[in-house]
Ligand binder design. Structure first.
Ligand code: FAD
Ligand code: NAP
Length: 336
């Protein structure tokens, strides 16, 4: 049987690098491995992980932690305009982006350099610079951990929303995602109206706009702004940007007229980073944790933080922001 390790150290399996242990740990690179493990550990709680870049362990994990290592990128069909690409859940997300960029297929270049594996991308409908996974997503295959059956799940049934999906809500923890299929565009439609992309492209002076130029620009912005988890433990944005109704927005705006905002359908999105900075958290350190100096939305581990220390700090941020703005921040990172 696939090797199963007991009392396994998960420090290097989460990008916060918090030291917790799994009762049992294994990985699977094929459906056969997963079937074998799930039948052997039938009654145990199971947690599927990818790169561990969107989770915070606050305690040791009981049951079986399984890292998905199903590999492979395959073109399954194409027509004049689109190509349908299937990728295994254990492929590193940025490898899939580079595959698309190298073919000059558009759709995921704005999602360059997001850490983690392909299988986690649908969980929170990853998004950056005005593009979300759901813009190119077709379907996925997932193994139902209790029924032990493979389900094909189409886009509409994923209930994608802003940093959310059915897999983060009512189907949480029920599936091991095995592979996903994306529809990439042979005639790319460029999306550069967001954040600092346009400015970065001008600075790079790349000439004609291309999928590769956008990907390079996004990579450069990210590398200059975000902490590298290999150097300083973090899981990216700890909180979602709150989306509030127009009336509440107008109330807060009366008191804080300089508050930035963006339309979000009929509601208003307020950058969580601004709210946190206004509360004085940017760049501060509390014990072994704190808010990153360039981006207060990113909580960091300065070396010896425990998961519960980081969680308690996040609780303090939520309370302070609520007291000052009457806005409740919601955690984006998955807490275990
Ligand atoms: P993990 O952290 O391993 O898992 C995340 C969740 O998905 C867990 O609940 C886990 O149980 C579940 N899961 C993982 N794989 C599977 C599977 N195969 N089947 C079922 N469940 C599974 N996110 C964005 O959306 N946009 C960004 O721009 C962005 N930037 C980031 C920058 C940095 C520096 C960091 C550290 C993180 C960033 N993130 C961003 C968050 C993170 O990279 C993404 O959410 C990513 O998709 C997580 O992938 P992972 O493989 O590491 O997932
Ligand atoms: P930024 O460009 O400084 O902008 C701050 C926030 O304002 C962003 O979070 C973004 O919301 C919002 N925003 C900016 N321009 C916008 C526009 N034209 N329309 C609507 N909303 C706009 O942000 P950043 O921190 O450098 O991040 C850049 C992008 O990468 C963002 O999309 C961000 O979500 C993503 N990112 C995500 C993570 C993560 O862990 N989830 C980590 C790092 C970066 P949105 O976040 O809703 O896009």
């Amino acid at each position: 049987m696939t090797k199963v390790l007991e009392d396994f150290d998960l420090t290097s399996y989460n990008t916060f690098h918090v030291p917790v242990r799994a009762e049992y740990f294994s990985s699977f690179g094929s459906m056969d491995d997963l079937l074998e493990l799930s039948s052997h550990f039938g009654n145990h709680q199971k947690l599927i992980i990818g790169g561990g870049s969107n989770l915070l362990f606050t305690k040791d994990v009981g049951g079986l932690v399984l890292q998905n290592k199903i590999r492979g990128i395959e073109i399954i069909s194409e027509d004049e305009n689109f190509v349908f690409v299937n990728a295994g859940a254990g492929v590193v997300w940025h490898e899939l982006v580079l595959f698309a960029v190298n073919h000059q297929w558009g759709g995921i270049e704005n999602l360059s350099l997001i850490p983690g594996f392909v299988g986690a991308a649908p969980i929170q409908n990853i998004g950056a610079y005005g593009v979300e996974l759901c813009n190119v997503f077709e379907e996925l295959e997932a193994f139902h951990l209790k029924d032990r059956e493979i389900h094909k799940i189409k886009k509409d049934d994923c209930e994608f929303g802003y940093r959310k999906s059915v897999f983060k809500n009512k189907s949480k923890g029920q599936y091991a995602i095995l592979n996903i299929t994306l529809r990439l565009n042979k005639k790319p439609v460029f999306n550069i109206g967001y954040g600092a992309i346009q400015k970065q492209l001008e600075q790079m002076n790349t000439g004609e706009l291309s999928v590769k130029a956008i990907s390079d620009a996004v990579i450069q912005i990210r590398q200059s702004k975000l902490p590298d988890p290999a150097v300083i433990g973090n899981a990216g944005s700890f909180f979602k940007n709150p989306i509030i109704d127009f009336e509440s927005f107008q109330e807060v705006k009366k008191i804080f007229p300089e508050m930035p905002s963006y339309p979000a359908g009929e509601k208003i999105k307020v950058p969580a980073a601004w709210l946190i900075e206004q509360c004085g958290f940017k760049g501060i350190r509390v014990g072994n944790t704190g808010c990153y100096k360039n981006q207060p939305l990113v909580l960091v581990n300065y070396g010896n933080a425990t998961g519960s220390e980081i969680f308690e700090f996040s609780e303090r941020i939520i309370q302070t922001v609520r007291e000052k703005f009457q806005i409740t921040l919601e955690r984006e990172v998955n807490i275990f």
